[in-house]
Ligand binder design. Structure first.
Ligand code: FCB
Length: 479
């Protein structure tokens, strides 16, 4: 009798759920993007290491762009980067030792298809012979290393960077109306090309990859390329207040993401396909000022919801005025998962009227960004993403203050994520930006986010305290 009683007490004790635990199988790891981490190899020649065929490579190496102060491009040599094209295997071994179970990376379209002759292909079969065999092989090696380490690859098909034969960012900076090739401006062309490329990578790597994301942060491309390039981020083609282009590029990215979803599914029907959104915690500057409140709602629409509504229900805001005009079945149901990148909050000043009522009526606000940590914002944006009823991953989260305050900021974010999970959001994994200090777009190495920094001469990784804290989260799977 006593024994039974003791046994049942013991049983109860071991099955009481731990309130601080994360769900079983929750993934912990880090995130990167090809352009930002691949170049700067420690021993491989620049020829073997650098990918010179992209709009971003062109952007950070063109003197006239670097000299244009308003573009804030440091022009730091890409060879100052961490060189993962060579060091992937060593980094993956370190991730394994850190207990990471997932790793987000992007495939670089310009590495796989450096040559514009690829445009002649009209099917995935026809595209195959145009692929660069060495790059195809290198990504296979990376996936093999990840599999051997028991780390799940989470793959972004296009993280901002376009091949030069798809986008000449410098020509478009100079003459947006006449430049060629003009990247996201030509919706028919880029949708055709990028979905064929998506089909290619799903066929080539589908056996290794289950988790695919079409585009990274579509509105960041639009904002820093066509609307408001600034000190925080400027991107090719780096033109300001091109509002028609802003509208068109936004629409083209929604359409392209849906077409990429279909292309991946056609090759790999069991794949999970999502989009990565940059989700900010948006607050009105003065919650008692109706213009600020409306401005905040409109910004939320343009940044987040116009994409998520379209790609879930097909509800479509034709003229970007903040209201649904039609339903487009070819966009609906084109997300299996939502990737959330979270860094900061934005305070919104409402304007008394839209700046461009004919072209972008929803744009009646001015956003003020800041990198200041606002940890509880992660839970807020996860709840917003969770409204769509799909699984959610934190596909990026981190801070440029990682050197000084990496641990408390990480702990604040993880606690906020835990609250969202408690509130019912189906969060499946947390990927820290970034694995290692990276080439941070226009900033070069001036903005650093890595769990690891590196010795500039040898590229040897040097751990930051946040790496140890993440290792502990991965080991314990609890707060
Ligand atoms: C995100 C990008 C990522 C990196 C971080 C800091 O907007 O997706 O590539 O630049 O910001």
């Amino acid at each position: 009798m006593l024994i039974t009683l003791l046994a049942s007490c013991h049983h109860e004790e071991t099955t009481t759920p731990d309130p601080d635990a994360f769900p079983e199988g929750f993934a912990w790891g880090s995130a990167t993007a090809g352009f930002q981490v691949e170049m700067g190899c420690p021993t491989w020649s620049a020829e073997d290491c650098e990918d010179r065929n992209s709009d971003w490579y062109q952007w950070v190496t063109t003197p006239s762009i670097i000299e244009t102060g308003s573009l804030y491009v440091t022009g730091e040599p890409v060879s100052d980067g961490p060189g993962m094209w060579e060091t992937f295997e060593d980094d993956v071994a370190r991730m394994r030792d850190d207990g990471h179970t997932a790793f987000r990376m992007s495939l670089e379209w310009s590495r796989l298809f450096p040559d514009g002759a690829a445009e002649q292909a009209t099917t995935v079969d026809e595209l195959v012979p145009y692929a660069n065999a060495a790059a195809v092989q290198r990504y296979h090696e990376v996936f093999d290393a990840l599999h051997q380490a028991g780390i799940r690859p989470v793959v972004t098909i296009n993280h901002y960077v376009l091949p030069l034969w798809v986008h000449d960012g410098v020509a478009c900076h100079e003459h947006l109306d006449t430049c060629s090739p003009n990247g996201w401006l030509d919706g028919e062309r880029i949708t055709r090309l990028i979905s064929l490329y998506a089909g290619f990578v799903a066929r080539e790597y589908g056996a290794d990859v289950d988790d695919w994301y079409t585009l990274n942060e579509p509105f960041a491309t639009t904002l820093s390329g066509y609307m408001l390039p600034g000190p925080d981020r400027s991107a090719p083609p780096g033109v300001s207040n091109e509002i028609e282009a802003t509208r068109d590029v936004t629409i083209h990215q929604v359409e392209a993401s849906a077409a990429m979803y279909d292309a991946v599914k056609a090759e790999d029907p069991t794949a999970t396909v999502g989009i990565v959104m940059n989700m900010t915690a948006i607050d009105p500057n003065d919650p008692n000022n109706p213009a600020d409140v409306l401005g905040a709602e409109h910004m939320d629409w343009l940044y987040h919801r116009v994409f998520l509504e379209a790609l879930t229900s097909g509800d479509w805001d034709d003229d970007l005025d903040g209201t649904i005009d039609s339903n487009r079945p070819e966009l609906a149901g084109r997300l299996d998962v939502i990737g959330v990148n979270y860094y900061n909050r934005v305070t919104v000043l409402g304007l008394p009227f839209p700046l461009y009522p004919e072209i972008l009526p929803v744009f009646d606000f001015f956003p003020e960004f800041s990198w200041e940590p606002y940890e509880e914002g992660l839970g807020r944006v996860l709840r917003e993403a969770g409204e769509y009823g799909l699984p959610v991953w934190v596909t990026e989260n981190g801070t440029p203050y990682v050197e000084e305050d990496g641990v408390p900021i990480l702990e604040g974010h993880v606690a906020s994520m835990h609250e969202a999970i408690d509130a019912g959001v189906d969060v499946r994994g947390y990927l820290y930006w970034s694995w290692v200090d990276n080439y941070e777009w226009n900033h070069g190495l001036d903005l650093r986010f890595g769990l690891y920094t590196f010795d500039p001469a040898t590229k040897e990784r040097i751990e930051r305290p946040a790496a140890a804290r993440l290792r502990q989260y991965a080991a314990e799977n609890r707060l």
